[in-house]
Design a protein around this ligand. Structure first.
Ligand code: 5GP
Ligand code: MN
Ligand code: MN
Ligand code: MN
Length: 300
């Protein structure tokens, strides 16, 4: 099927990213790069980015120092379920970070950030008590959250007002030092959490809103093939996100999280992919922030 707008095709195996990647990986390589803490201050003609993700309201348990830099990025899942206190606590923590710019996107755990999720959740609460538990009876660990917590989370009004210490991106772009940074929270549907969309056409329609000339792309989900290998051996990344990133957007860096066990840096030889998940598979915030330095565009 051809999407006329951007000529990105839906892969026939879009619903089976493991099989899709088996096919795609016949014609492209993946290079693994080591995560190295910065050993010297950033050069004058470069901008230092410090990336984290998936801190899940556990920043108080972090045992490492967050390296200083010009731009801090958090790629979503900063809470367990998007409760107001969690958002306020995260905002306080952000406020203590030294970075000049702090950029945050939401993930599937930020229930209160997704108006469509709130709508569906409230509707299911109103119409059938049988459905209210569905989010808890799924495979994603609920991190000790009870139905009451989730109910409380979805009742938070205008939650974005509590993120005062960062630039919050949601299908939007910010330009810093002439570097274009775009953030989007959507991920392929899994257990019906926030910002879930069915794979294929609907995921692609979200990626189609990413502008062409982005330098640093931030998504919550990985693309297929990079940082998306789940413990069970299957791949959970989005096939059309990889196609969009490689064929159209071509950012220099693609930062994401979501699949905690996929933490690390890879490259296809052109784009650098960073899974910055701070929490590991057991929700312990063990993984170091990923740092990269980007040359300032000419004339800045
Ligand atoms: P989170 O609940 O923090 O979004 O994701 C935590 C873990 O759930 C991931 O590290 C991964 O093991 C699993 N997970 C999340 N999304 C998916 C998915 O789409 N497919 C599969 N198989 N596992 C997922
Ligand atoms: Mn997570
Ligand atoms: Mn580009
Ligand atoms: Mn997630």
């Amino acid at each position: 099927m051809l999407n006329m707008q951007n000529n990105i095709e839906i892969h026939p195996l879009t619903n089976n990213p493991t099989a899709a990647w088996r096919e795609i990986s016949q014609t492209q390589k993946v290079f693994k790069l080591n995560v190295k803490p910065p050993c010297k201050p950033v050069d004058n003609d470069k901008i230092r980015f410090v990336c984290m993700s998936d801190t899940h309201s556990l920043t108080h348990n972090i045992k490492f120092d967050v390296p200083d830099g010009d731009v801090f990025i958090h790629a979503g899942d900063f809470t367990k379920c998007g409760q107001q206190e969690e958002v306020q606590e995260f905002n306080r923590w952000l406020g203590e970070l030294p970075h000049k710019y702090k950029i945050v996107i939401a993930g599937n755990h930020e229930l209160s950030f997704d108006p469509t999720f709130i709508h569906i959740f409230k509707k299911s609460c109103d119409h059938s008590s049988r459905h209210t538990g569905s989010i808890l009876e799924n495979e994603i660990p609920t991190l000790g959250m009870q139905k009451d917590d989730l109910n409380e989370a979805v009742r938070v009004v205008n939650v974005k007002q509590y993120l005062t210490n960062c630039i919050y991106l949601e299908d939007s772009l910010v330009e810093i030092y002439g570097i274009k940074i775009y953030g989007t929270p959507w991920q392929p549907e899994f257990c019906k959490w926030a910002f879930n969309v069915p794979r294929g056409e609907q995921c692609l329609s979200k990626w189609n809103t990413i502008p062409d000339n982005v330098d640093v792309l931030i998504t919550h989900t990985p693309p297929v093939g990079h940082g998306d290998l789940v413990c069970s051996g299957i791949r959970a990344g989005c096939v059309e996100l990889l196609t969009t990133v490689q064929q159209r957007v071509k950012p220099k860096y693609h930062v994401f999280g979501h699949i905690h066990e996929g933490y690390g840096i890879t490259s296809d030889g052109k784009i650098i992919y960073i899974n910055a998940s701070t929490c590991d598979i057991n929700y312990i915030p063990n993984n170091l922030p990923v740092v990269f330095d980007m040359p300032l565009p000419a004339g800045i």
